[in-house]
Design a protein. Structure first.
Length: 278
């Protein structure tokens, strides 16, 4: 029993570690170069830095000299006697014709055929009498999807908030030869960067470290220096899934079942009252 409990504790401990250890990602863009690394527990899953492994030269196998085929002079076999071949005569194909005479139907056969026809008619009548199942109306489908959305709001928000962006470094130099165009570009860039960060912080968890946007006149090219690290735990996704199932079951599924039961009981009561009056 103790060994079993120890094994269970080890399994649960491993599962807890897998759920707690975050998946880390690092991204950087500088000088037109994109670098990224995705790690899980110090093990790189995806990386932009591909090490050029030296290609192994394939050793050429020496061609084996095929042994020369020894030509064997075989003597031709004597031809079969023409007389034996000529004596073989083609046998005519015998065509067998079967005389199929239709036997008159007996009284028993006619009775059994009538019974089969009657049973088929009864089955068809039963199938036609069965009422088709009621399909869900459009309003019912819309209600179902709305219930799912109401149950999934908080879990989905929890998943998105689980993505944590830290060490956010943005350093952008806006430049142009024309001062007017440079000022316009600078205004657009500031609007995009600062509003984008606010929007991202509402959806995800963003912690900026260095944000700077500035303009330099009389230069041709702009410069971008962007980097950040992202983290996400698998445990947040599992917790959100459990939250969704519990909210859907207790707040939507059970109350809907009770409503259906109440409707059915009311219908039965109405039918019983109608029968009594009749």
């Amino acid at each position: 029993m103790k060994i079993f409990l120890i094994i269970l504790a080890i399994i649960f401990g491993l599962i807890a570690l897998i759920l707690i250890i975050p998946v880390k990602a690092k991204f950087s863009y500088k000088g037109g170069k994109i670098l990224y690394v995705v790690k899980y527990a110090f093990y790189p899953i995806i990386s932009s830095e591909k090490k050029d492994k030296p290609k192994k030269e394939k050793k050429k196998k020496p061609k084996k000299n095929k042994p020369e085929k020894i030509k064997k002079n075989k003597k031709k076999k004597e031809k079969k006697k023409s007389g034996i071949n000529e004596d073989k005569s083609d046998k005519p194909h015998s065509i067998s014709t079967e005389n199929t005479e239709q036997k008159p139907k007996t009284e028993e056969n006619t009775v059994s055929d009538k019974k089969d026809e009657n049973s088929k008619e009864e089955k068809s009548d039963e199938k036609s009498s069965d009422k088709p199942k009621k399909k869900k109306s459009i309003s019912e489908k819309i209600e179902f999807f709305l219930d799912i959305w109401n149950a999934a709001k908080k879990p989905v928000r929890k998943i998105f908030k689980g993505f944590k962006f830290t060490k956010v470094h943005i350093d952008i130099k806006v430049s142009d030869e024309d001062a007017y165009d440079c000022a316009l570009k600078y205004g657009r860039m500031c609007f995009a960067v600062y509003n984008g960060l606010e929007l991202a912080n509402e959806i995800f968890t963003v912690k900026p470290e260095h944000i700077k946007v500035y303009c330099v006149f009389a230069e041709e090219k702009s410069e971008y220096d962007i980097s950040f690290t992202a983290r996400f735990r698998l445990g947040t996704a599992v917790g959100a899934g459990i939250m969704f199932l519990l909210t859907y079951y207790f707040k939507i599924h059970r109350p809907n079942k009770k409503k259906l039961k109440n409707k059915k009981s009311q219908k039965r009561k109405i039918k019983a009252s109608v029968r009594k009056t009749a």
